[in-house]
Design a protein around this ligand. Structure first.
Ligand SMILES: *[C@@H]1O[C@H](CO)[C@@H](O)[C@H](O)[C@H]1NC(C)=O
Length: 221
């Protein structure tokens, strides 16, 4: 009997730990390098992560009505960069995820603005090459992300819906205020993270990230 309740306690402890540990890292990250993060909190449908201030390489804003088209065009620019079209003619390892920051438009027929980014691998973090038309920079300070994961190939119609679901899952939590403060005025921007190449058809992992600064929540940390 004692043994049984001990087992129960162990299982309960494991269940609690599982929540703190958050969802498993995306399987792609066992094959290619991904930025490191700590899981700060997690609950029904979302996870709060803290990313380091690592270097990322990003496109200029791409105006388009289609997330998929803008991401493809940004991906090609960044792919050329890692293939050696950079100031050092240096080839750089592919990383995951591919991030697309989305600043939605106000109207149905207006272009939205998209910035596509790759994480710079640890090997190149100290001195990543510059390149025409691309920005290589650190995230300003520690960055927090509220994250919702979803599967499949990302379609234009999915991203607004997934962002709304993430937003809804945060309502009533201690994170709601800081996440909404993290966006600028106007339509709320969010980021789509894709972990798989277009040639992987199953087990695809995507995430919606809403980035925010720690300052607003430091009293909760
Ligand atoms: C990169 O390659 C171009 C074209 O081959 C060459 O002109 C340039 O000097 C190279 N730069 C470096 C840093 O190797």
């Amino acid at each position: 009997m004692a043994r049984r309740s001990g087992m129960f306690l162990l299982l309960a402890a494991a269940a609690t730990l599982a929540v703190v540990a958050g969802a498993a890292v995306a399987p792609s990250c066992e094959r290619i390098e991904c930025p490191a993060y700590d899981v700060v909190d997690g609950a029904n449908g979302f996870e709060i992560r803290r990313y380091t201030d690592a270097m990322w390489v990003s496109t200029a804003p791409i105006e388009d009505i289609s997330f998929v088209d803008a991401t493809r065009s940004g991906f090609l620019q960044l792919f050329k960069y890692i293939q050696g079209q950079n100031a050092y003619n240096e080839t750089i390892e592919m990383t995951a995820p591919v991030l697309t920051k989305v600043a939605p438009s106000d109207g149905p027929f207006c272009a939205s603005s998209f910035v596509v980014s790759f994480y710079v691998p640890a090997k190149n973090q100290a001195d990543p090459p510059a390149a025409d038309g691309l920005t290589v920079q650190k995230w300003a300070g520690a960055r927090y992300a509220a994250v919702r994961r979803f599967g499949g190939f990302v379609a234009d119609a999915d991203i607004g819906q997934q962002a709304a679901l993430l937003d809804a899952s945060l309502q009533g939590t201690k994170w709601a205020a800081s996440v909404s403060d993290g966006g600028s005025a106007g339509p709320v921007s969010y980021t789509v993270a894709q972990y798989n190449s277009p040639f992987e058809f199953s087990g695809r992992v995507n995430e919606i990230w809403m980035l925010f600064d720690a300052k607003a929540t430091s009293s909760d940390m």
